[in-house]
Design a binder for this molecule. Sequence first.
Ligand code: SF4
Ligand code: SF4
Length: 394
Amino acid sequence: MPDLFPQPGGDGGAGSKPARVVDRAGLDAVIRSLQSRGYRTVGPTVRDRAISLAEISGVADLPQGWHDSQSPGSYRLTPGADLEIFGWAVGADSVKRQLLPPREVVWRAGAQDLVPHEEPAAGLAPLALVGVRPCEVAALGILDRVLGGGRVTDPRYASRREGLFICTVECGSPASTCFCTSMGTGPGAESGFDLAMTEIVEEDDPRYLVRVGSDRGAAVLDEVESQPATLRDEAARQEVLARARTRMGHGVVTEGLPELLERNLENPRWDQVASRCLSCGNCTQVCPTCFCVSVEDITDLAGTVERRRRWASCFEVGHSYIHGGAVRPTTRSRYRQWATHKLGTWHAQFGTSGCVGCGRCIAWCPVGIDLREEVSAIRASDGMRALAPRPGGG
Ligand code: SF4
Ligand code: SF4
């Protein structure tokens, strides 16, 4: 498989540079340095009482003091007076929206002419993502395999992806819905970043341990006032990650999961979950790796035609329409398709799991269906281990 977007990393090369520490002014300087290099800087902000990615001009735009509480079917974000900027787990919004927008025009034609729509990144500054979580970086790697480096490359995705700078911030405040440790995508950052930060807030003195994953990251950090990381800083980072692991909810046992699902296609649990599922598709919309799109042609009265692309969902009846009807006409068949693709057949198709354990599909399901519980129930009925132990052993 061609590697269109070589992954910067955490080991070797620039990644072997010793870690540094910056203060809050240094974090601001990293953002400014990216802007001076021509990047559009996008990071976490508060919008509609949820953490959402938007353009930021500096540290002042980041969500200081905001904390979330998440459980199946529930998400609450509340303000606080503390100094943590990254004290929350992911919201509904994900990096997917930046690279694969929910709606876009593919081409437009007038009565006399065909006007190809310009590639979206034409004339746009490259994107720098600041403060995205390691599970988001992992999701990006999955989207790259599907849309950027497989048999077919999506030019719209590729043009947005090209030149992307990633400054990830390791997760210190996961929600009970998170299970990145099961999927091997967090809470620490191992690869795929230009810079990786860990927020350390002790005695009202916020600082950021910064690791370098690429030459581009090193060049940005070189412009910023920083100190060498001490043993105390490294120990504080390990404490942040250890605390994060204990805060997560139950995980998923991934061992033999594709085979488990394949031999349980007729498990009665699919009927049980279908009796609760609304087939609303929320889970696919918030999932950072669900990539299905649909196209529609729109004609106006002046004779202009547009072909528009929009996010689609395997929970739509028409999604499986072939000829004469849909092959997945029931909620049972659609939920089963989604779960078995995500956790099972994705491996055969793309070489990885389709799930990074971000927990969005759990928190944003209106009826609180928990993918981990569904898998555990199927595993239990298959006579194997049920719930994975809590990551921190608690
Ligand atoms: S399936 Fe759920 S937990 Fe997994 S990546 Fe998608 S939204 Fe996140
Ligand atoms: S699992 Fe939940 S979010 Fe997904 S389609 Fe069913 S009701 Fe909607």
